[in-house]
Design a binder for this molecule. Sequence first.
Ligand code: ZN
Length: 220
Amino acid sequence: MPDLTRRSLLAVAGGLVAGPALVHAAPPRPADLSPAEALALLFAGNARFAAGTPTSPHRDLARLKEVAPLQKPFAAFLGCADSRVPVEIVFDQGFGDLFVTRIAGNVSTPEITGSLEFGAEILGAKVLFVLGHTNCGAVTAAVKGVEVPGQISSLFYHIRPAVRVAKGDVPAAVRENVRNQMDVLRESSPVLARLVRAGKLVVAGGVYDLATGRVTPVES
Ligand SMILES: [Zn+2]
């Protein structure tokens, strides 16, 4: 199997962490990454994807067999269910790398929070990333206050605080919703809050642009 993880990690180590000495050091396994290194690994993957030069690592049967007995994803995600937001592709990762929850409007319901607690506390993810995206149908519908069938409106409850702040501006609502969900995860979960305080987890967020493939960070 091509040693793509090693290559990716070296790229991060060489480009973002230190000079040539680190490039030749033994690459850390994902489990040994710091939260900052894990976050850098994600943005490096997105940069490859958005540049049209993905390495598509860990996508083969050999990798699946490698992680089948035990998973140690280095990042956990709250993303939108939108068909244009496949998280592993957007961040150029593969089997065993990301623990992903997806729900329309990327909102933190109790079940989602519980899943992410599992990803961070039990599986050891170092980053918890809330990923919003441009042209999000759920956020747009919440902003416009359209009538929707079935239980779709149950999502609006979670998006409404962002809508109030954004005052009709959908891109602003998307960003604000990411910020709110980061706050909800940090503040509503003692498990996640403890990991953050201990420096074992970082909560981050960003907006993925459907036009470019690029993820722009959202500061909390
Ligand atoms: Zn969406």
